[in-house]
Design a protein around this ligand. Structure first.
Ligand code: FMN
Length: 192
């Protein structure tokens, strides 16, 4: 792949929501390969702080069950049930859900924000690789993500913070262009 091909790939990646997914599922190997790409992200001190939990097939129902328990523990019942119903629809419409956590060793000298930044790099590698393979994803940060205890409930170990759920599927239609508000040049100063 040359530089122009890479720019075209990066520019054509779109966040695609579950309502825009085709009914068919992605092969597990497509997700595995995107996770391999994620694992090539950089990290300060090579801490590799990204952690993932994949839910697909019957695993999606497990995720719905765990989400229900979390929502009921933290919200008034009516609100919890309303949110659960929306979340469940979107989980079921997705081929795979990839929960993303950021790990930090409490004894580490690396500040937490750097671990978060490294994990975000891993997510972008994942998104680009999935797009290259004909899939798509969107990074959701609402629903269960901000709830206390969410990382533990999804099976992540101590020191992990849930930072998102990647809703993955095959787009029903090609992504529409989504122009940036300002150009790269407007966000950059050059000193030469
Ligand atoms: C850290 C982060 C959190 C996001 N959280 C949400 C979210 O909770 N809900 C949502 O609809 N989109 C979310 N998005 C997706 C953005 O809305 C999306 O990237 C943006 O609209 C630009 O579209 P594009 O990704 O197709 O270029 C998130 C993106 C990032 C990077």
């Amino acid at each position: 792949m040359n530089a122009a091909d890479f720019l075209a790939l990066a520019a054509s990646r779109r966040s695609v929501k579950p309502q825009q997914f085709a009914p068919e599922t992605l092969a597990d190997d497509v997700i595995r390969s995107a996770l391999e790409a994620a694992n090539w992200a950089p990290s300060h001190g090579c801490t590799e702080p990204w952690r993932f939990a994949v839910f697909t097939g019957a695993g999606k129902e497990v995720l719905i069950e765990k989400s229900g328990a979390l929502l009921m523990a933290h919200l008034p019942p009516a609100e919890a049930l309303d949110r659960l119903s929306k979340i469940s629809d979107n989980f079921r419409r997705s081929s795979h859900l990839v929960a993303v956590a950021q790990y930090r060793d409490p004894a580490s000298k690396v500040p937490e924000w750097e671990e978060l930044a490294a994990t975000a790099c891993a997510v972008q590698n994942f998104a680009l690789a999935l797009h290259a393979a004909g899939g798509a994803s969107y990074w959701g940060t609402s629903g269960i993500v901000p709830l206390p205890g969410a990382a533990e409930a999804l099976g992540f170990g101590p020191g992990c913070r849930l930072i998102g759920v990647l809703f993955c599927g095959r787009p029903a239609a090609p992504g529409r262009p989504f122009p940036r508000n300002t150009s790269a040049a407007e966000k950059t100063t050059w000193n030469s």
